[in-house]
Design a protein around this ligand. Structure first.
Ligand code: A3P
Length: 290
């Protein structure tokens, strides 16, 4: 696919976005959720692909289709409008039950029918430092994202919220607060999933009200391991034409604490200072090591 130049960030109702995620805005906002739809919501690079695959396995088990169709075509990306990728129009036609739908939208942008239909929502959050590092490498290799610039300037923009889908702080806090009023929202942490995938799988099973056998659960755990997903061409994005794996792979490290290989002492001190100020009003807590 011939790609246009990288998109530019612009202010969209107070959130930095690119046209790839706002071009279809009316269709997205008017999307008619069904009561059994399951929404997977994340800030970019928090483990969306991982939890999408887990949810798919828990809802449908393993099927031949998983060997043939890339995950990003099985779990549709609600707001993305990029030629040759499925859009909200295809999502409307999707007949599976439940439909698994992924979004990176901040909570205030979620189409209202998801709330009206009281859909189940799984939110995954990742600590800011690892999230920033992962996002930096993603923007380097993904030609549908704005130019990341160098690491130092990227980190500065991350703090200021000048990223696609806006501020990490606003995103994770906005969704955390939504938990108070929407009972069907499960808020997971990437760090917990790395620490004990089996335990988080159990939490997902009770939330989804599914009861796989011990053997099925072992099978899911095996398939969703980082190394297996990295090898799996249907989950590692190797079929995605906008990504340049020569620059960085999509399945990069999958670790907690890789930020230590990127932050200088000075960057870390300044980040911590800024972080404290931004997080004073919330009881939301993250772990940067496990
Ligand atoms: P890194 O860049 O730190 O490796 P998203 O799917 O939201 O874009 O998130 C991508 C991040 O999740 C990447 O982080 C990727 O490696 C990590 N990831 C994906 N699958 C994973 C898995 N099975 N186990 C651990 N991390 C995983």
């Amino acid at each position: 696919m011939e790609l246009p130049p990288r998109p530019k960030l612009y202010d969209f109702h107070g959130v930095s976005m690119t046209n790839y995620f706002t071009d279809n805005w009316d269709n997205v906002q008017n999307f008619k959720a069904r009561p059994d739809d399951i929404l997977i919501a994340t800030y970019p690079k928090a483990g969306t692909t991982w939890v999408s695959y887990i949810l798919e396995m828990l809802c449908f088990g393993h099927s031949e289709r998983q060997n043939l169709v890339p995950l990003y075509e099985r779990v549709h990306f609600l707001e993305m409008q990029i030629p040759s990728f499925p859009s909200v129009v295809e999502l409307n036609k999707m007949s599976t039950s439940p439909r698994l739908i992924k979004t990176h939208l901040p909570v205030q942008f979620i189409p209202k029918s998801f709330w009206e239909q009281k859909c189940k929502i799984v939110y995954v959050a990742r600590n800011a430092k690892d999230n920033a590092v992962s996002y930096f490498h993603f923007d380097r290799m993904n030609m549908a994202q704005p130019e990341p610039g160098d690491w130092n300037s990227f980190l500065q923009r991350f703090k200021e919220g000048k990223m696609v889908f806006g501020s990490w702080y606003d995103h994770v806090i906005g969704w955390w607060e939504k938990k108070q009023s929407h009972s069907k929202l499960l808020y997971l942490f990437f760090e917990d999933m790395v620490e004990d995938t089996g335990r988080e799988l159990d939490r997902l099973c009770s939330f989804l009200e599914v009861s796989p056998s011990a053997e099925e659960k072992d099978n899911v755990r095996e398939r969703v391991q980082f190394d297996n997903m990295k090898k799996n061409n249907m989950t590692n994005y190797s079929t995605d034409t906008v990504m340049d794996f020569k620059i960085s792979p999509f399945m990069r490290k999958g670790k907690v604490g890789d930020w230590k290989n990127h932050f200088t002492v000075n960057q870390n001190e300044q980040f911590d200072e800024h972080y404290q100020k931004r997080m004073t009003e919330t009881d939301l807590k993250f772990r940067t090591t496990i």
